[in-house]
Design a protein around this ligand. Structure first.
Ligand code: AVJ
Length: 331
């Protein structure tokens, strides 16, 4: 079915709005702040340039990286239950990426309800949103897609409010935030939710440390490549000349903070200039740049999030190993 009429209809079903600011000043100062801090860091969102997004997709297929596989299987299991309530609804996916997870949920919605479902992907990647939109309208001809090119940490207020909503926040993306940031984010999210709005959030659970560390130290070195690739985003934004070969990939479980930490450790003394800084950037051999936190959760954290935000837990779904949870909350 590729006649012009169809494509007109398809385009009518898709709208994408851009809320990102076009100047890159904010990004530049976020990176500069990190490179001049005592413990140097680079915010994790800079992993996801086009190549980085592809590397992440490759990670999700690795035998060692259990989260994506586990979450998708769980989602498939619970989709019939969750989707019973899904008609006349906006399904908002925060950090939507490729549309593989939402497709599992949409698959379980009765076809006759689809015309009353609007999918609202929120992502900083235009490619991710437009590709998803194209794929979804083809697969679900009656759905409407209203994409928001936006940073969900900053732009929750631009999400349409007229209809009741199901917010989806998959992939344990919450885990990239510190404890304090994650509580603040959930409070912000609760503040835009209306009574009856739902939240389905995927959380990676605390588990055997060997399983955790292996997931971030895969045998093929894809995670190492992903980690080092963040430097190409940095080079682009702040016009530096970091060479990824000057660093080694380090990922370990920080038991006291319940999180995997990823760092880039300098293999030699490094000194390089940056047009945004009066002095050269100096990194000593052995010093690290912290690139990611990936927090892991317990049932206690889930109860705590609910009590702090006042969201009601409708159900906590988990796999047999209790490696990953999908928490269904209601405002
Ligand atoms: C997409 C943030 C959930 O923390 O596991 C995968 C990113 N980093 N391997 C995670 C990631 C290294 C992932 N999240």
């Amino acid at each position: 079915m590729n006649n012009p009429e169809t494509s007109v209809i398809i385009r009518k079903q898709i709208a994408i709005r851009n809320y990102l600011c076009s100047t890159e000043q904010e990004e530049v100062s976020e990176i500069i702040d990190g490179l001049t801090a005592q413990q140097k860091y680079i915010p994790s969102k800079f992993f996801y340039d086009e190549y980085g997004s592809n590397l992440f997709e490759a990670i999700t297929c690795l035998p060692e990286y259990y989260p994506t596989r586990t979450e998708k299987a769980l989602l498939k299991e619970i989709a019939p239950q969750i989707s019973k309530t899904l008609g006349n609804i906006d399904i908002v996916e925060l950090g939507s990426g490729d549309c593989s997870k939402i497709s599992i949920l949409l698959d379980a919605i009765p076809v006759e309800n689809m015309a009353t479902v609007r999918y609202i992907p929120v992502d900083v990647s235009h490619a991710a949103i437009s590709n998803s939109a194209r794929i979804l309208v083809e697969r679900f001809p009656d759905i409407t897609v209203h994409g928001l090119l936006a940073d969900f940490l900053k732009h929750l207020s631009v999400i349409p409010k007229e209809t009741k909503r199901l917010f989806c926040f998959f992939g344990s993306t919450l885990g990239n935030l510190t404890r304090k940031q994650s509580v603040q984010f959930l409070l912000d999210l609760k503040a835009v939710m209306k009574p009856g709005d739902q939240l389905l959030i995927g959380l990676d659970m605390v588990k055997n440390i060997r399983v955790l560390e292996k997931a971030y130290n895969d045998d093929q070195g894809v995670t190492a490549a992903f980690n080092k690739n963040i430097l190409s985003s940095v080079n682009q934004y702040v016009k530096t000349a970091f060479n990824p070969d000057w660093f080694e990939h380090v990922a370990f479980y920080n038991q006291s903070k319940n999180r995997i930490e990823m760092h880039l450790r300098a293999l030699k003394n490094i000194e390089l200039s940056c047009m945004y800084l009066p002095d050269n950037i100096r990194i000593k051999k052995g010093e690290t740049i912290h690139t990611e936190n990936s927090h892991k959760y317990t049932h206690w954290h889930i109860l705590d999030f609910a009590s702090i935000t006042g969201l009601k837990i409708n159900a906590v779904y988990t796999d047999n190993n209790q490696w990953f949870s999908l928490v269904h909350l209601i405002a």
